[in-house]
Design a protein around this ligand. Sequence first.
Ligand SMILES: Nc1ncnc2c1ncn2[C@@H]1O[C@H](COP(=O)(O)OP(=O)(O)OP(=O)(O)O)[C@@H](O)[C@H]1O
Ligand SMILES: [Mg+2]
Length: 254
Amino acid sequence: MATTKLKEAKSIFVANVKGGVGKSTLSIMLARALADNIPPQNITVIDTDLQRTATEFLTNSNPEINVEFLPITPAFENTNISLVQQFIKQNEFRPGHVVIVDTPAGSSQRLWNLVAEGYCVLIPTTLSNADLYPTENFIRSMDKVKARYGKSYPHLIVCPNKIPFGQKDFSLMAERLKNHDVVIGPALRDLASVRHFYNGKLENWENRSNTNAQSDFRQFGSFIEKYVLDGELDKIYSQKDGGKNILPFEKASN
Ligand SMILES: Nc1ncnc2c1ncn2[C@@H]1O[C@H](COP(=O)(O)OP(=O)(O)OP(=O)(O)O)[C@@H](O)[C@H]1O
Ligand SMILES: [Mg+2]
């Protein structure tokens, strides 16, 4: 039998200063999408948001995926930040494992320092200026942390979210982000079925084969497998001139 080499462990943060941009939804759906292809016991979602969104829904929808609730608030900050740090450090010695950290909105330097310890940061945002301005500020803060410690990690991936159906042109966003060290990931559409996931019965959601949500998140999951878990992003980031700001699935999406 052929021996397959286990992939290096990766920790993925989902973060943005802006609230309501889809951080928890992306954390949940990404974990679910990855669980189709890698053993769910190798996936851990750390929910650091006191609102417990990821914990509540994932425990119900996918009990086989590990969920850790470690809220980071001013009161708990010190202890739980250290616990998340420890978790990520230990994860490095568990090949084939993935840790996804859902973070709360808001700006705390200690949280940014923690986020900067990950392999990559997924930054969901809509195309609205109300979200893009704070998102750019967040990217600047992350770049500062990286520069301060002279690090090339984490890779920053902007994830266009709640995109109107039919929108295929992301050049304005790409233009706007071109001076930042970021990659633009595949877009997630404005999906009514996401609301059904939160409000409805899970069986109904699962039984609806081929919903738009399932296809968008599946595509997003494949993007993460190839670019993050298989290390394709390292290649993009190691090219000194250009190559960034790509929309890897721009042509593939329909
Ligand atoms: N692709 C999408 N299409 C439609 N609605 C979405 C999508 N992604 C997220 N939403 C909705 O947007 C709202 C906010 O999403 P979510 O809770 O994931 O954001 P968040 O960034 O985690 O918020 P918070 O900052 O409060 O933690 C939810 O009502 C969710 O259902
Ligand atoms: Mg949230």
